[in-house]
Design a protein around this ligand. Structure first.
Ligand code: BES
Ligand code: MN
Ligand code: ZN
Length: 518
């Protein structure tokens, strides 16, 4: 475990094994001849190098471009023996700092203590630096037999305001959010045979217990995670409850489905947020089977469930005064003689019937049941999170998630929260005609699960989900692309599961606590 410490100290006189300093590239606005500059936070280091700085950067070919990193022995110029330069690009925004700190974390290979002398004159920057460093250094080594890489045991975040409450709070937020994101990544990265629905539900229960969650009923004066209760439905309980979607999807698997509910009820809650996350522990496509190459990453199809579980736990750890009820339906989409067929009709929780036309569009089926439960909890806002459609990736690429909804105020609120969290979402429409198709295209059931025409597939899926939220304000996040990085690490985003949406959900909860809906 790495501990994070805030300290007001001079960067050049800090004796950590490695010292991280940001470099800004010269901006295009009139300062073209200026060359790269040491970013705020690193002034003392720039002063210590004096005239030698420019030639040093030139020798390294260091322009300050985002993603750049260089390690330099300091030979006594500053107290730390190793200087780590990281490029911030043109401006020291929170996003630039979060990414640069993540890049720095991977470049530090042999240091017990690291000091971050990055821009830190705002609590948001302190949070970005600590969160970025913690996440950039994430490594999933559970299945590796070689020795795990040494991580620093101390990270010192250098900051003028180190003793001020808002900075202390920002560092704590960073630690809690980074831990929640890392747990999400761990679950997403776990091989699908080792994380069946029952195992996933057990893992949630174990984490809930480890963090001090309530056993049985929540205590009267409980605060933080002690105010979080856990409920797990097994397959027979799901059958009793009438969750035809979850059962229909899970039928083809030998590993039966589950649904987990985590309920955080602080006494001082001003608003109620419901979260729903897609928990397909493996998506083979079912009888509408996927081509082999599309199946290799489908262990990540439970990223939405992992995100909402870890978001509610983080919100509770931070003791945010907002009630949160999270539902995580979990099923494995497999093939067998029992599997749901294209053409079958399922009856969802709360009674609507759905004609299944493509068993690979399974996410919307399990979400329908969970959304029904979420709506019954009478929240002010429901947010569902799902690796729902390849179509969303076609539209937005793999670094931007789709955002849909039925409420302009909630959409605006969400977009501000995602900016603060440093996660990219793009609002996409749900055309009226898609609602008409969802309700009109089945010749025999209430709703048609799938549209034969592929255009606008992400919006059709959203239109289907909308049928299950009544008039409750609702947002749908399609994280199919950003949930899993099948390339190499960049910034604070490592390879594999990314934990995307956790940070934004925490920010959204904070915002609802500050300014509840009316
Ligand atoms: N889990 C997939 C969506 C997905 C695709 C996530 C690629 C991440 C990467 C989802 O269940 C799915 O299979 N969707 C289908 C829907 C189609 C049958 C309407 C798709 O996108 O092809
Ligand atoms: Mn699918
Ligand atoms: Zn899926």
């Amino acid at each position: 475990m790495t501990s994070y410490i805030l300290r007001k100290a001079a960067a050049d006189r800090t004796g950590a094994d490695a010292l991280v300093v940001g470099v800004l590239s010269s901006g295009s606005s009139g300062s073209s001849g200026r060359g790269p500059q040491i970013a705020p936070g690193g002034e003392a280091v720039a002063d210590a190098y004096g005239k030698k700085l420019k030639p040093l950067l030139a020798t390294l070919g260091f322009t300050g471009k985002a993603g750049q990193v260089a390690t330099v022995p300091t030979n006594g110029v500053v107290k730390s023996p190793l200087l780590l330069l990281v490029g911030l690009g043109e401006e020291a925004t929170t996003t630039a700092v979060r990414r640069a700190a993540g890049t720095a974390a991977r470049a530090v290979t042999n240091a017990t203590s690291v000091a971050l002398a990055l821009p830190s004159d705002d609590p948001a920057l302190v949070r970005a630096a600590a969160e970025g460093f913690a996440l950039g250094g994430y490594d999933f080594d559970t299945y590796r037999t070689s020795d795990p890489a040494d991580r620093p045991s101390d990270v010192i975040v250098l900051c003028e305001g180190a003793r001020r409450a808002e900075y202390v709070e920002a560092l704590r937020t960073a630690e809690v959010v980074a831990a929640a994101v890392a747990r999400t990544r761990d679950w997403v990265n776990t091989p699908p045979g080792d994380l069946t629905p029952a195992v996933f539900a057990d893992a949630v229960a174990a984490t809930h217990a480890e963090l001090g969650g309530a056993t049985g009923k929540r205590g009267k004066n409980a605060t933080g995670t002690a105010a979080v209760t856990l409920t797990v439905w097994d397959d027979s309980e799901l059958a009793d409850a009438g969750c035809g979607g979850i059962l229909g999807v899970g039928r083809g698997s030998d590993a039966p489905p589950r649904m987990v509910r985590l309920s955080y009820e602080p006494q001082d809650a001003t608003a109620h947020l419901a979260l729903v996350g897609k928990g397909i522990t493996y998506d083979s496509g079912g009888l509408s089977i996927k081509p082999g190459a599309s199946m290799t990453t489908m262990k990540m199809d439970m990223a939405g469930a992992a995100s909402v579980v870890n978001a509610v736990l983080a919100i509770a750890e931070l003791e945010l005064p907002v009630r949160v009820t999270a539902f995580a339906p979990m099923a494995e989409n497999m093939i067998s003689g029992r599997a749901t067929r294209p053409g079958d009709v399922l009856t969802m929780y709360r009674g609507k019937t759905v004609e299944v036309l493509n068993t690979d569009a399974e996410g919307r089926l399990i979400l329908a049941d969970a959304l029904g439960h979420a709506v019954e909890a009478e929240p002010d806002l429901v947010v569902d999170v799902a690796t729902l459609t390849g179509a969303c990736m076609v539209a937005l690429g793999d670094r931007v998630s789709g955002l849909f909804g039925n409420d302009d105020a909630a959409l605006a609120r969400f977009e501000e929260a995602s900016d603060r969290a440093g996660e990219a979402f793009w609002h996409l429409p749900i055309p009226d005609e898609f609602g008409e198709k969802v309700r009109g295209n089945s010749k025999m059931a209430d709703l048609a699960q799938h549209n034969a025409e592929r255009w606008g597939g992400a919006s059709y899926a959203a239109a289907f989900l909308r049928e299950f939220v009544d008039e409750v304000p609702w947002l749908h996040l399609d994280i199919a692309g950003p949930a899993y990085n099948d390339k190499s690490a960049y910034g604070h985003v490592t390879a594999g599961g990314t934990g995307v949406s956790v940070a934004t959900l925490v920010e959204l909860a904070r915002d609802l606590a500050d300014a509840p809906t009316d």
